[in-house]
Design a protein. Sequence first.
Length: 525
Amino acid sequence: MIYNRKFLFISMIIVLLISTLIYLCSTQKKSDKDNLYENKISEAKNSKKKSYGVASNNPIAVKIGEKIIEDGGNSVDASIGVSYALAITEPHTSGLGGGGAMITKNNSKFEKPRLLEYKDMSGYNYKKSDETGVPGLVSGLHQAHKNGGSMDEKKIMNYVIPLAKDGFEVDDELDRSLKIYGDDIDKDSPFFKDSEPLEEGDIVKQKALTKTLEGIRDNGVSYFYDDIAGDIADQADSHLKKKDFKNYQPADKEAIETDYKGNKIYSASNPLGGTLMAQGLKLDEIINKKNTKKEYVNSIISGRNLVLENKEIVNDQESAYNNYLERDYIIDKYKELDKYNGMKPSDGTDGNTTHFVVIDKEGQVTSTTNSLASYFGTGKFVDQGFYLNDSLNNFSKGSKNPNRGDKHKFPRSYTAPTIIEGKDFTMGIGSPGGNKIPTILNQVMIQYFNDNKSIQDIIDKPRFYNDGDTVYYEKDIDDDYLKQFKKMGYKVKQGKDTPYFGSVQAAILNKENNAVETGRDVGNR
């Protein structure tokens, strides 16, 4: 009996000690998270009358962008900060190893937007097997600042470097991406521990990336394109050389321009996908006369077929676009689309990007899409702390194809950062989604301008797209849409497990009261 009492007493002491230890550890862990930089950034006031805003699926990036605006920066400054914040927190969608494009429109109806493209470029010694191009992001963001930034570049960098240095908490989006693609990418990175991917709630610190970002802050873009360029090139599974980095230049270009339902549409020009997106809107004006479900479905499916049939017009050899947006051209192309040629499977270019929109206190709108091409790019994680793009896989086969691979060339991209200007509003909008980007954006834009709903309500609606003889759709889609898909001869399949339907981000400036409305997909759908 004495032995049993002694054993019970000791057991109780052990349980108490273990419980205390667990409590102290959990309390310390919570304290560590509370002290993270991401939790120290004050959130902007949530007000419908707020005169600025950031639309991104990443709440940390939103807070950093809005903080830069609160501290006197403009939409370009905030977009630079958001780009670097996303490079740190979303290594699967964008980063220093990739590129992008940015379109900016000030609040004057007399000035057209400024388009800056900083896509990844093939090297001088390009070979068909090359996947990685010279990354354009760092150079592009520097050029964006030269074009229209107001806050000191070093100050902007100081808003984001603590994210890499002190760490941030892995969210469900990064957790999911690491689980899906973790077997195909380098595990010698901060996003893995003992070859296992980090999970939601884990803290990730990025020592190597911190050093690179501090080098860019202290020494400018030459640090990236000269000082460490040779080391990066040596790690790429391509024929890149240091001189390719030194010769890289982003491109200031003219945005494409068209009309849709009385609104001006501005988007990215070749070799990006703005023309293909705009063709879908022009086709909708031809097909969708009464805004019935039948006409809407026909418009979206035909628009995607047009994208797949017409993709060769997007290349870096041809800059003219006006004839591709003329009504007669669209009608002729529409007539050429039949059930069979429209059911060819796509080229498999899924890819992934990140999009965000910033509107500042002066009403200037910046719409930005950054990318590594595929999720985590090539999967190669370099010593400087980031994944490399695989953009050169987007070159086409065939020696006569205008999108063929060659030296010092930019491959086709379907990204389409867009600005829409109406009589009493300006909107920035965009999405990731590879070759589905034009279709995803068409659905949101067409429904927004035809239905009397908020942009968030429209973004939340289930989406669909056709590929080959199948229409893929999201859960809870209208049954009438499913019936129409089948009437058109398509098989139907609910898309799940893998991101299919984009991540639309939009922000709208109401010119009458200067209020800003944002609409966000919370992740890749």
